[in-house]
Design a protein around this ligand. Sequence first.
Ligand SMILES: [Zn+2]
Length: 156
Amino acid sequence: MPIHTEIYRRRPDVNCVVHTHPFYASALAATDERLLMVGQDSLLFADGIGRYDSPEFVVTRAQGEGVAAALGDRRAILLRNHGVAVAGDSVAHATYLALSLERAVRSQLAASQLGAVREMTPEEVRSITRYLSTSYHDALPNTWHYLLRESGLGSR
Ligand SMILES: [Zn+2]
């Protein structure tokens, strides 16, 4: 819980923290590689991803403060040899970010296995994220209801 508590304490803009151990993003967290801008999922993290450089369980306030500080103003953090945490402005937003981060890392892995990765340029990232920042918030309710239906939690 110190992960969640200290992120909430440091970031009044955050209303939901999701901490998970997703397979691909956790694997990235066990490397020194960065998330490449290979597709729209990765663009959600164009401002960068925090890194918490310890594999220890985060059980003390000081450790939680370390995670929150390493997250900074970003949306996601990789916890070395552990997992990830994402910070959203709602449950739907944070869930979407967590799922998108995992898809982004899977896309990066697939692209790197297919050939030389053609990462988007900073100019392309800026241009596309300007559009995404409005459109994906508009689409979030529909995406959230889709995810609920797919998980069996939503109404048909
Ligand atoms: Zn954990």
